[in-house]
Ligand binder design. Structure first.
Ligand SMILES: Cc1cc2nc3c(=O)[nH]c(=O)nc-3n(C[C@H](O)[C@H](O)[C@H](O)COP(=O)(O)OP(=O)(O)OC[C@H]3O[C@@H](n4cnc5c(N)ncnc54)[C@H](O)[C@@H]3O)c2cc1C
Length: 481
């Protein structure tokens, strides 16, 4: 928006959301305006409670972050993109706000040795390995995915595909992720959808239910002092300036797992040895949250690399290195798996045809790429696409118009992409979500039970769960001060 188009109403509305909170008292304070925090706030406000949502960034949505760019045919997601499985609550919220969700369809392809071919029976191969994991998990104690599939008499290509899927999808390391957690869920979990108008539309639809004065952007929670029925949160501005405190009867913590871990498991005494970004979002709890230490130790924050490329044309729909029998199917390419490539997974926007293609890596592959920084990743991507479609690298580079990328691992307010359970931790998220003394409540994707952890619907449902828990304890009415 150009400054001259700002009228006073807009400016004062913006200022309200950006101005630091003066000391005040409400019923419930919510740390974080991601999907969990917004869902909790919307439900509590609807029930007549006064809330204050404290958000460190200058925007809502957290790990839902959409770029709307006039020159790009569809909004581009920097964070979450898909609705995984039933995602009942996400569908309901989208439906209620007339936000269209499109099913992901199309075909999977594999590129190896400069040859492109459809992946025959991708789901079947994955299914066979996961059935084996389920069978072996039933018989013994929880182990890692790698340990569980060791020595299996099963097609090695299927095992390779499954390992890469497990790491890519869960942002995990296959020798650390709980195999038991991978067996939780149902067949419906394979469906996927997309909010084509942008995932941020769902965040905005929730924010619209919360009074402007209840949402404090650019406000970083630093200290939480609490006792049963009383919470005081001290905050600083984005620039680190002290901006007062807020008091309430209850607190909802929706901080991402990486921030909770540094806040709860790593004592303040370590401050000197920590990097600045780690300190930025850390919250000091007094008294400390010793009840949460075990659960936090059984969960890990995973990394992903996601980069979207806008080209002049969707050149991948007409690759020459495809057999004549298969060629007519190529325009339906939705997913591309690159064997032996540094960027293993790609997807188009199919069934909507655009010149956008997204590169994705999770777990160890993401760690390697993120260490290369943005320029290095773009170079690797150009090389990967050129090899996959058997064209010159200059052919790909000449057609590249824009890239879209956010480094979630380096972002001080997320410190990673999303959580996964370590061996023995399949139910740790549930334990993380248990309230303390009817005063501290916990939501966020890491508190969801697999397979809903690490997802938007898991975060939304955890927000609604926490609102129900609070409403059983805290009555609307005069706030304590
Ligand atoms: C690249 C990427 C792709 C993904 N893809 C998908 C997908 O396709 N489908 C899917 O379902 N899920 C996906 N996810 C996961 C999904 O985005 C998250 O599970 C979900 O958005 C988490 O919501 P949340 O509310 O739990 O946490 P967050 O969105 O992280 O919200 C927490 C909020 O707390 C704020 N905060 C942090 N520290 C402080 C502090 N000290 N004081 C105040 N505020 C603070 C943060 O700024 C943030 O806004 C993806 C995530 C990433 C990163």
């Amino acid at each position: 928006m150009s400054p001259c188009l700002l009228n006073w109403k807009t400016v004062s509305g913006m200022l309200k959301r950006m101005t630091p909170p003066k000391d005040r008292a409400v019923d419930v304070i919510i740390l974080g305006a991601g999907m969990a925090g917004l869902a909790a706030a919307a439900k509590l406000v609807e029930a007549g409670l006064e809330v204050c949502v404290v958000e460190a960034r200058d925007r809502i949505g957290g790990r839902v972050h959409t770029v709307h760019d006039e020159a790009t045919p569809l909004p581009v997601e920097l964070g979450a993109e898909f609705l995984h499985g039933k995602a009942k609550l996400t569908h309901e919220l989208a439906h209620a706000s007339h936000i269209p969700v499109v099913d992901v369809t199309g075909s999977h392809w594999i590129a190896r040795d400069k040859k492109l071919s459809p992946v025959n029976d991708f789901d079947g191969k994955l299914e066979r390995v996961m059935q084996l994991v389920a069978k072996r998990t039933q018989k013994g104690p929880d182990r890692s995915f790698d340990e569980t599939v060791k020595g299996a008499r099963i097609d090695p290509e299927a095992v390779g595909l499954a390992k890469s899927f497990v790491e890519g999808f869960n942002a995990a390391t296959s020798d650390r992720i709980s195999a038991l957690s991978l067996t939780m869920g149902s067949e419906d979990d394979e469906k996927a959808g997309r909010v084509i108008a942008g995932y941020d539309r769902i965040a905005s639809s929730l924010a619209a239910k919360i009074p402007a004065k209840s949402l404090r952007l650019n406000t970083v929670a630093k200290e939480v002092s609490w006792r049963k029925g009383h919470v005081t949160v001290r905050c600083v501005s984005g620039l680190g300036k002290g901006i007062g405190e807020i008091r309430a009867k209850a607190l909802v913590v929706t901080l991402p797992l990486g921030i909770l871990v540094t806040s709860v498991l790593e004592p303040r005494a370590n401050d000197k040895s920590r990097d600045e970004s780690q300190k930025k979002a850390r919250v000091h709890f007094d008294p400390p949250l010793k009840e949460k230490k075990k659960a936090l130790g059984l969960l890990a924050m995973g990394n992903v690399l996601r980069m979207t490329f806008r080209f002049r044309e969707a050149f991948w729909t007409s690759a020459k290195n495809v057999g004549a029998r298969e060629a007519p199917e190529l325009p339906r390419l939705s997913f591309l798996h690159v064997r032996g490539g540094i960027l293993p997974t790609w997807w188009s926007t199919y069934p909507i045809e655009t010149p956008l293609i997204t590169a994705w890596a999770g777990g160890p592959a993401a760690d390697r790429l993120l260490a290369m920084k943005e320029r290095g990743i773009i170079d690797a991507a150009m090389e990967t696409l050129a090899r996959a479609f058997d064209v010159k690298r200059s052919f790909v580079e000449e057609r590249l118009e824009r890239t879209f990328f956010h480094d979630w691992a380096a972002d001080p307010f997320s410190r990673g992409a999303y959580s996964y359970p370590l061996v023995g931790g399949a139910r740790a998220g549930k334990r993380l979500g248990v309230p303390i003394q009817s005063t501290l409540y916990f939501a966020g994707e890491a508190t969801a039970v697999p397979p809903d952890n690490g997802t938007v619907h898991g975060a939304l449902e955890s927000g609604e769960r926490v609102a129900r828990e609070i409403l059983r304890e805290v009555r609307p009415g005069r706030s304590r001060s």
